[in-house]
Design a protein around this ligand. Structure first.
Ligand SMILES: *Cc1c(COP(=O)(O)O)cnc(C)c1O
Length: 345
């Protein structure tokens, strides 16, 4: 029941170093913002936008080398998770890992789907045999996996992911591969999804593209599955202002790769500096974030806040006790983080 559900576990704070939402530390380039604004001024705001963002879907399809009929564009990719859970339908199952991205279980419980969570192995990799067993024993529905995994940052072996996608398809499941962070991993599942009509790749403009404020995300899937998803997508859901900005971003995507490379360099620098810390356990990551385990994560969280650094506690997440999730920021923010963590005992 909605009434009994907890609210989204996030408290906004005002700090100098915001490392709690895995955002891009760099804003959309100034010149592109100016161009987007010019287009906004030239558009009619009194008219409804495209029914299903046809032109933008075509631009996304060109960028991804995909059939536009298999692209679903929505205001943020989180709403796609809601729609896919809806499509999985009443009496069906949402199968994911534990821990997992918080939105999958919260949507599943909200829509009263059966939620099945298979624990990750102790190194945070997928437990393939246990997931395959669940695909066989549970009523089919949606298998939701993030690659790189959220919130651990773990990147599984491609053959494990492929094996699960194939098993899921054979058992009548739809597989959602959440690729919110794929740019930082240097690996993605576009080709696997292309070969499997019951698989979907979920992507977002919120992370590597630095456009979290616009709220835009999309699916790449087969035209057949996209047609089903469109039955639950509200009409006119992308406004003309977002359309102008995304159009410009897709015409000038080069900035994305440069920033991703910078973040990956920063990730490796920060992880190397923290290796061998006397009291903190730091986990490797393929994303723009990483996890830190402390004897008292609450105390470390408050200490960092005291230095105007916000990170994300994983309080109450089974398997992530004593862990904080830290986003990579600008080099200055990362320096502030390193100075604070290196002084921590
Ligand atoms: C950030 C994130 C998303 C993107 O959400 P948006 O609604 O598109 O901003 C999706 N999946 C995971 C795992 C994420 O961390």
């Amino acid at each position: 029941m909605v009434r009994d559900r907890p609210t989204y576990p996030f408290e906004p704070v005002q700090v100098s170093h915001k490392l709690d939402q895995n955002e891009n530390p760099y804003d959309f380039p100034e010149a592109l913002k100016a161009e987007a604004t010019r287009r906004m001024l030239s558009r009619a705001w009194n008219r409804y936008p495209d029914l299903y963002a046809t032109r933008l879907r075509e631009a996304v399809a060109r960028y991804e080398g995909w059939d536009a009929a298999g692209v679903v564009l929505t205001p943020g990719s989180n709403v796609l998770i809601k729609m896919l859970t809806e499509l999985a339908g009443l009496g069906q199952t949402v199968l994911t890992t534990s821990p997992t991205f918080a939105v999958y279980p919260s949507e599943a419980t909200l829509l009263e789907a059966k939620l099945v969570q298979v624990p990750l192995r102790s190194n945070f990799s997928l437990d393939v045999p246990a997931l395959k067993a669940a695909l066989h024993t549970e009523t089919s529905g949606l298998l939701a996996l993030a690659q790189p995994h959220a919130p651990t940052g773990y990147l599984d072996r491609p053959q494990d992911v492929q094996e699960l996608v194939e098993e899921a398809e054979a058992c009548g499941w739809v597989t959602l591969l959440d690729e919110a962070y794929h740019q930082y991993a240097g690996r993605d599942y576009r080709e696997l999804v292309r070969g499997h009509p019951h698989a979907l790749s979920l992507r977002t403009f919120s992370k590597a593209w630095g456009l979290a404020g616009l709220r835009l995300g999309y699916l790449l899937t087969s035209p057949q599955l996209a047609a089903q998803v469109y039955k639950v997508v509200p009409a006119f859901n992308i406004g003309v202002l977002s359309e102008c900005a995304l159009e410009v971003a897709l015409e000038h995507p080069d900035y994305v790769q440069r920033r991703v490379q910078e973040t990956v360099r920063e990730r490796e620098r920060v992880l190397a500096a923290l290796a061998g810390h006397p009291t903190l356990e730091v986990f490797g990551s393929a994303g723009n974030f990483f996890m830190v385990r402390a004897a008292d994560a609450g105390a470390l969280h408050s200490y960092l806040l005291g230095q105007s650094i916000a990170v994300r506690p994983q309080k109450g997440v089974p398997g992530l006790e004593h862990i904080l999730r830290v986003s990579l920021g600008s080099p200055e923010s990362n320096d502030a983080l390193l100075a604070a963590l290196l002084a921590w005992r």
